[in-house]
Design a protein around this ligand. Structure first.
Ligand code: 13P
Length: 330
């Protein structure tokens, strides 16, 4: 338990946040194809290195979620990426779920797999330097969905994985992502996200998961992309904080946001508006993939000579979100 609380305090110093560098091989390919870089293990390593070795990132970044491939790779000068991070005080983490698969009998709904062999994998990941682990469930809003079966089945998988993590001395980051895709209103998003988080917390408690050694990763409460409506950062902040305050009990280790397809600017402005409505009963910050990695990815374009410019753009996003995490972005 001492190990878990140390990891939590290392991940949540005031004014820092996390990078999710944990896209699956397929998703990294989707980032590399538009910049005309072939998705080979070496090019994926170079893509990760753009962010993981960025000088100065440690001022704003407390942790990074890696994937299996990256955890086994090294920087260009031969230092394992987990060590590159740890040497600068950045906590290495690892995505451990096996991806979401169709939920039999429930069209358009999914359940995340990956419990088989998890205990052994966690032990190995811990030996490679990982101190926290993420599992992502996918919740889609639509006609008649999400069903309670989808919400409860995913909560159960999350609780079982979280328990295994804590047994291995690894902090679980439980992520039920409520997708931005869809025509739902912000009120629909608030109702579903609240229900999903309440069900998750109750299931974690039933399974005796230590909430103080657990991080909840959530979507912000925003209207669906195809809803034809827009919400201001203030409206998003009101709905999101109402949701979190009603669903997340005092004493949870921390709460982090995914960016979920918001633009980089929206993700920063919304986080800033949310943080302004604090203080909260738990530390709260960002854990973005896309909103931190754009526009650096395009500026890099796979070329070493662009590395400095691309890294400057990445640091700018980190710095803006670090300020936003305390409500001080302007
Ligand atoms: P985005 O910030 O791009 O949504 O990714 C974060 C994440 O980890 C989603 O699972």
């Amino acid at each position: 338990m001492q190990r878990l609380s140390q990891t939590i305090s290392d991940l949540f110093p005031t004014g820092k946040g996390l990078l999710a560098a944990d896209e699956s091989t397929g998703s990294v390919g989707k980032r590399l194809t538009p910049i005309k870089v072939e998705s080979t293990p070496e090019n994926r390593r170079r893509f990760r290195e753009l962010f993981l070795s960025a000088p100065g990132a440690e001022q704003y970044m407390s942790g990074v979620i890696l994937v299996d491939e990256t955890l086994r790779q090294s920087s260009s000068d031969g230092v394992p990426f987990a060590k590159v991070l740890a040497d600068r005080g950045i906590v290495p983490g690892i995505k451990v779920d096996g991806g979401s698969k169709p939920l039999p009998g429930f069209p358009d709904e999914e359940v995340t797999e990956g419990l088989d062999g998890l205990a052994a994998r966690l032990q190995e990941y811990a030996s490679l330097g990982a101190r926290f682990a993420k599992w992502r469930a996918v919740i889609r809003i639509g006609k008649g969905i999400p069903t309670s079966v989808c919400i409860e089945t995913n909560a159960l998988q999350l609780a079982l994985y979280a328990g295994r993590c804590q047994e291995a001395g690894i902090v679980p980051m439980v992520e039920p992502e409520v997708l931005l895709d869809g025509a739902h209103t912000i009120a629909d998003a608030e109702r579903v996200t609240t229900d999903v988080l309440k069900t998750l917390i109750a299931t974690l408690e039933t399974h005796r998961v230590d909430l103080a050694g657990t991080i909840v990763k959530t979507s912000m409460v925003v209207p669906g992309k195809e809803s034809g409506t827009l919400a201001t950062p203030e409206q998003i902040a009101e709905a999101t904080t109402r949701c979190l305050r009603s669903a997340i009990p005092k004493g949870v280790g921390g709460v982090v946001f995914l960016s979920g397809g918001q633009t980089s600017e929206q993700a920063t402005l919304n986080l800033n508006a949310i943080a302004k409505l604090g203080p909260f009963e738990w530390p709260l910050t960002f854990c973005y993939a896309r909103a931190l990695q754009y526009p650096a990815t395009d500026l890099w374009a796979g070329k070493d000579e662009n590395l400095a410019t691309a890294r400057a753009a990445f640091i700018e996003r980190l710095k803006a979100n670090a300020a936003a995490s305390t409500g001080n972005f302007s």
